[in-house]
Design a protein around this ligand. Structure first.
Ligand code: NDP
Length: 328
């Protein structure tokens, strides 16, 4: 380690699984970077849906628990063996740990250099939802010009970026949202058709003259899964990537046969950031698009770090749009 801060610092800590109220601001020791790690002074931390699954106990994590894998900030100290990064460098990342804090750790190879012209807020808002949207449209199912795509939660963090990336490829986006305000945002991002959830599968059939869509990107899960399958064309691809409304129950594979030789996949970001090259490819294209004015990363709300519980409550109650940030 090249620098060793010794004072205590602030972090959000949950003592046990539970509702948003378990997220409490506490004094903690500044983390010490291990071999190959960076200590980062957090300028802004990203809030993501996965942290609600972890906090509530749906996904198992050890407690006491400091949520957060995403942030942007400056390198404060280097662990053993780190090369190519210096104290003071600006970095952003989606694969850190304990980012709901003033200081967090990340493996050096997972730290993305932040280009000049990108603010700390956008740098913190882009990596997780941006690289997710990037792998969904470039790797899970390669969207082509002329195709029709259904995405859900079109004004959400992933949804707004996904819509812009699909539109940029020359494909048509049909999306779902729950309110007029969200509809306006989804349209501004490039959605051609914006539906409410009720009866969406029938409306998708009408909008595609009975054919169905080429691919569905579904991060809502339990409430939309059946309708999503029913919206696909023959040999279409169902991409289930989340469960904002709850997890999808066990699945009978014969439904793929009955639905018209459908494909089903359940991808996650970690499997699409396997090497430094892959990370730099995805993040580089996204940062370049932001700098060129071709991609807008909407920050729907920024909360003081101490208000992490309010951020989780708002996210789970569908009161949010775009990205939520915590500012230490
Ligand atoms: P969002 O900003 O999209 O927030 C979730 C949205 O889902 C809400 O705003 C709401 O939009 C919609 N929604 C529909 N039903 C419900 C419900 N019952 N409760 C709460 N929300 C509901 O979140 P993110 O962009 O952070 O994440 C979207 C999804 O993507 C999540 O499921 C997340 O886990 C997943 N994800 C998966 C990744 C992967 O690699 N597999 C990586 C990143 C995210 P509306 O009001 O318009 O319906």
């Amino acid at each position: 380690m090249t620098e060793s801060p010794t004072r205590t610092t602030k972090a959000i800590v949950a003592a046990a699984p539970g509702g948003p109220e378990v997220l409490q601001l506490q004094d903690v020791d500044i983390p010490v970077p291990g071999t190959g790690q960076l200590l980062v002074k957090v300028a802004a931390a990203g809030v993501n849906f996965i942290e609600t699954y972890e906090r509530s106990g749906t996904y198992k994590v050890p407690f006491p628990y400091t949520p957060g894998s995403e942030a942007a900030g400056t390198v404060a100290a280097l662990g053993e063996g780190v090369t190519g990064v210096a104290v003071g460098d600006r970095v952003a990342f989606s694969e850190g740990s304990g980012t709901y804090a003033e200081y967090a750790l990340v493996r050096a190879e997972a730290a993305l250099p932040v280009p000049e012209g990108i603010s700390d807020e956008v740098a913190a808002a882009m990596p997780l939802q941006g690289m997710t949207a990037h792998y969904l449209v470039n790797s899970t199912f390669k969207v082509q010009a002329g195709q029709t795509v259904l995405t859900h939660a079109g004004a959400g963090g992933v949804g707004l970026i996904l819509t812009q990336l699909i539109k940029a490829k020359g494909a048509r986006v049909i999306t779902t949202v729950s309110s007029d305000e969200k509809e306006a945002l989804a349209r501004a991002a490039g959605a051609a058709e914006v539906l409410r959830y009720e009866g969406f599968a029938e409306k998708v059939r009408e909008l595609t003259k009975g054919t169905g869509v080429d691919v569905v990107y579904d991060g809502v899960g339990k409430d939309t899964f059946d309708g999503s399958l029913a919206s696909l064309r023959k040999r279409g691809m169902m991409v289930l990537f989340g469960g904002a409304s709850g997890q999808v129950p066990p699945f009978d594979v014969q439904r793929l046969n009955a639905g018209g030789s459908l494909f089903l996949t359940r991808p996650k970001l970690a499997d699409h950031l396997l090497t430094s090259e892959e990370r730099r490819w995805r993040s580089g294209e996204l940062f370049d698009a932001v700098l060129a004015g071709k991609l807008n990363i909407r920050i729907g709300a920024s909360y003081p770090l101490a208000d992490a519980a309010r951020a989780h409550a708002d996210l789970q109650a569908r009161r949010t749009t775009g990205k939520l940030l915590l500012i230490p």
